[in-house]
Design a binder for this molecule. Structure first.
Ligand SMILES: Cc1cc2nc3c(=O)[nH]c(=O)nc-3n(C[C@H](O)[C@H](O)[C@H](O)COP(=O)(O)O)c2cc1C
Length: 388
């Protein structure tokens, strides 16, 4: 009898319960990726949503280069979650509100930009286009959004700075080299080239377990010092007059420690889920901070990235108190079309964000707070900081 019940459970009712959920890096947007032969590009205006860029890049790039961009750590559970988790936060639209004058304008560290989203630092832009990071910098300049090149960029720090339009503000990412002379030189070059802020990556004391990229023998681009601590962070801040923002904060404890150590901003990120599998998605970290220490969002400037693919993703992070939201892979994929593709993505996202804010009933993005969200079941999973 018991065996019969077990058989029933695992045969009759199980298909629904154990149905395989698709990996949402390429959701079905109606884009016919099969229409374009491998190695060729479709027309840019056939792209209607940000995930479409990934389908194009997968066809266009060779498997090894695509694997490098696409990879998450290990079983890619954290990467999958960073994409899926946004759909678990529900929006609470308000109605009968005049939304004719929505502005996306944003100020980041006193610099004015036209949108609250930015191009996150990502290595090796040369895998999609010979002009590599120059396209990203130029598109960001033309659209006046923030771009922060990676220290592991294909192009040199000075080459990227040289294509900035007058008045364009860029930040730069930094890996803390074990070689102190190199570290000092990197900081000096970033400052001398005119970058206005530094994202120092703190989520990679060592390179992650990146199964997908390791099949193709990709060496780590990272020269990181595993001995880097909060004390060395303070020493680093003393090396430059630029704001030095820790990138890769993944817990409320570290957010509070960053403030304690005088960080002028923090950057919630798990490195695109490329470092530690099953690490919390940055959206979850934002919720954790909101539940345990909401003052963090007013005491310091909070950046965040990870799995952002839609206008609604950005609205959710802004509602939690994040001030600027980054995208990594989508911009790297858009560069298969060169600068035009990057700019097309920026326009698409600005448009989507404006439409979504209108339908949410937010006349001014600064009004966003958690009253616009239903965090639902996610609240049950929030880590509660024991302050006793
Ligand atoms: C191909 C690639 C290279 C990256 N290189 C760096 C890097 O050099 N330094 C860094 O701090 N983060 C790096 N990142 C992480 C991004 O800055 C960002 O945190 C992540 O891509 C955001 O997740 P998303 O790709 O889902 O938008 C890289 C990400 C990708 C996809």
């Amino acid at each position: 009898m018991r065996a019969a019940i077990l058989f029933f459970l695992f045969s009759a009712s199980a298909p629904g319960a154990f149905a395989v959920t698709p990996f949402l890096n390429e959701p079905d947007t109606g884009f016919n990726d099969g229409a374009v032969p491998t190695g060729q590009l479709p027309t840019l205006n056939s792209i209607k949503a940000i995930p479409d860029f990934e389908a194009v890049a997968r066809h266009f790039m060779n498997v090894s280069d695509y694997a490098y961009y696409r990879t998450g750590a290990a079983g890619e559970f954290a990467y999958r979650r960073s994409l899926e988790i946004f759909s678990q936060v529900k929006l609470r639209p308000r109605t009968l509100i005049d939304v004719t004058n929505i502005s996306l304008n944003t100020t980041i560290f006193g610099h004015k930009f036209t949108a609250p989203f930015f191009i996150a630092p990502a290595a090796r832009a040369g895998l999609t286009h010979p002009r590599a990071e120059l396209n990203l910098a130029e598109a960001a300049g033309a659209e006046n959004i923030l771009y922060a090149p990676s220290l592991s960029a294909t192009k040199k720090i000075e080459e990227i700075a040289a294509v900035a339009v007058p008045g364009q503000v860029m930040f730069h990412q930094l890996y803390v080299s074990r070689n102190k002379t190199k570290l000092a030189s990197d900081v000096k070059r970033i400052e001398a080239a005119g970058f206005k802020g530094i994202f120092v990556t703190v989520d990679n004391p060592v390179h992650g377990v990146r199964t997908r990229e390791s099949r193709y023998g990709w060496p780590s681009t990272t020269d990181s010092d595993p001995e880097f601590t909060w004390e060395s962070y303070q020493a680093l801040r003393n090396m430059t007059s630029l704001p030095v923002i820790p990138k890769g904060i993944q817990s409320v404890e570290d957010a509070l420690l960053a403030i304690k150590h005088g960080a002028p901003g923090i950057y919630l990120s798990n490195h695109g889920a490329r470092q530690l599998d099953t690490s919390q998605s940055p959206l979850e970290v934002a919720i954790e901070i909101h539940e345990n220490a909401p003052e963090v969002f007013s005491e310091t400037f909070v950046f965040a990235d990870g799995g952002v693919r839609y206008g609604t993703d950005i609205l959710k992070l802004l509602a939690l108190g994040v001030k600027a939201v980054g995208l990594g892979r989508p911009f790297m994929y858009s560069n298969v079309f060169g600068r035009e593709g990057v700019q097309y993505l920026i326009d698409l996202l600005k448009e989507e964000l404006t439409v979504d804010a209108s339908n949410l009933g937010v006349a001014d993005l600064k009004q966003l707070d958690t009253k616009w969200l239903n965090l639902g079941r996610l609240l049950a999973f929030v880590y509660r900081l024991d302050t006793a």
